[in-house]
Design a protein around this ligand. Structure first.
Ligand code: NAP
Ligand code: ZN
Ligand code: ZN
Length: 354
């Protein structure tokens, strides 16, 4: 029997989200059915709903920061049982055969990962729909265990925001003695501050104003600078070993590359709509590198959840009922969220489906 699901969808680009009912597959042998409790609002949802990157398909139920409780398991499932606390992040399948997949880096699958929403299942035809809905069915290999001490609401954002920062911080060895800057103190940026601090790095926030300074320090930042002040760029020239750029809008990357020390790396994780020009001089001076990073694989996402459990790290969240999702989107775009909106899925009422 297919599963009836109620959620919120965008019917076309920039149309806003509204109640929408749809079906999900009956759990197959290796599938886990999950009653969704919470789903974070990632800026990516806003880019996709607005078709800012191109290729969006509608109706679209966004959401890839999902936590919930297992309600049903297929006969061959070994890793989960009914009642388990679980999470689902940005993808729900991959080819499992290519080199990145075999190295637990499914997010770089050569055939392309199956994104949690706005994607196509590996049957080549079924469209995926995300976590702004009350149920989801996912292959057990793409489901995460939520450690017992982490609350489901504040943990939902770790499934994208947490792993998106954990992966590059670990890959580029943020730790004691390393000077790390996080550009943009938003949903993913604030997770970066917490994780980089827990890894033992010196952490600086580069924010467009000093409005969030006090919060930044509480989250674990050692220093906080406003990028609207030109003096910031003079003072910090050649200072950082690692800069992670989380900003969702266009910035002058050259200006930030100048802040790197010898052999420093700037990792781009924010994905603005437009292309950004980079000058050769910004890179050749100081043998600097410009890199990018995309979320993290399933194994590393589990490692991140376990790291956060050990270090008591969760997201700073503002819970919203799903009926306020369009308003929440506007506030995210205006950088007016402290620091992640999380949808309380209980607010999806049956009546909205008729
Ligand atoms: P967010 O909560 O909106 O945070 C973005 C932050 O960027 C804002 O809080 C703001 O920080 C800064 N910002 C926004 N507009 C700006 C502007 N015009 N000029 C300067 N700074 C500005 O968004 P998010 O959910 O953290 O996502 C950030 C970006 O990462 C998005 O583009 C998203 O698609 C992308 N993303 C990428 C991955 C990946 O795997 N690579 C994963 C998740 C998300 P301040 O107020 O501190 O300046
Ligand atoms: Zn995301
Ligand atoms: Zn693959």
């Amino acid at each position: 029997m297919v599963i009836q699901v109620h959620g919120y969808a965008a019917q076309q680009a920039k149309a806003g989200l509204a109640p929408y009912s749809f079906e999900r597959r009956e759990p197959g042998p290796f599938d886990v059915a999950i009653d969704i409790s919470y789903c974070g609002i990632c800026h990516t949802d806003i880019h996709q709903v607005g078709d800012e990157w191109g290729g969006s398909t509608f109706p679209m139920v966004p959401g890839h920061e999902i936590t919930g409780i297992v309600s049903q398991v297929g006969p061959k499932v070994t890793r989960y049982k009914v009642g388990d606390r679980v999470g689902v992040g940005c993808f729900v399948n991959s080819c499992r055969k290519c080199e990145p997949c075999r190295k637990n880096l499914e997010q770089y699958c050569v055939e392309g990962m199956t994104t949690t929403y706005n994607g196509i299942e590996r049957d080549g035809k079924t469209r995926t729909q995300g976590g702004y809905s009350n149920k989801i069915v996912v292959d057990e290999n793409y489901v995460l265990k939520i450690p017992g001490n982490l609350p489901l609401d504040k943990t939902a954002p770790l499934l994208c925001a947490g792993i998106t920062l954990y992966s590059p911080l670990v890959h580029w060895k943020a730790g004691p003695g390393k000077k790390v800057a996080i550009i943009g103190l938003g949903g993913i940026g604030h997770m970066g501050v917490k994780i980089a601090h827990a890894l033992g790095a010196e952490v600086t926030v580069l924010s467009h104003s000093l409005k969030k300074q006090e919060d930044g320090k509480k989250l674990g930042a050692n220093y906080f600078y406003a990028t609207s002040d030109p003096k910031t760029f003079e003072k910090l020239k050649g200072y950082f070993d690692l800069i992670i750029n989380t900003v969702s809008a266009e910035l002058d990357w050259n200006q930030y590359l100048e802040l790197l020390a010898l052999d420093g790396v700037m990792v781009v994780v924010g994905i603005p709509e437009k292309q950004t020009p980079v000058g050769s001089f910004s890179l050749v001076a100081g043998r600097r590198s410009l890199a990018g990073s995309l979320i993290g694989g399933i194994k590393e996402t589990q490692e991140m959840l376990d790291f956060c459990s050990k270090n008591n790290i969760t997201s700073e969240v503002e819970l919203v009922p799903i009926q306020r999702v369009n308003e929440a989107y506007k506030r995210v775009v205006n950088s007016d969220v402290r620091y992640r909106f999380v949808i309380d899925i209980k607010s999806i009422e049956q009546k909205e489906s008729h």
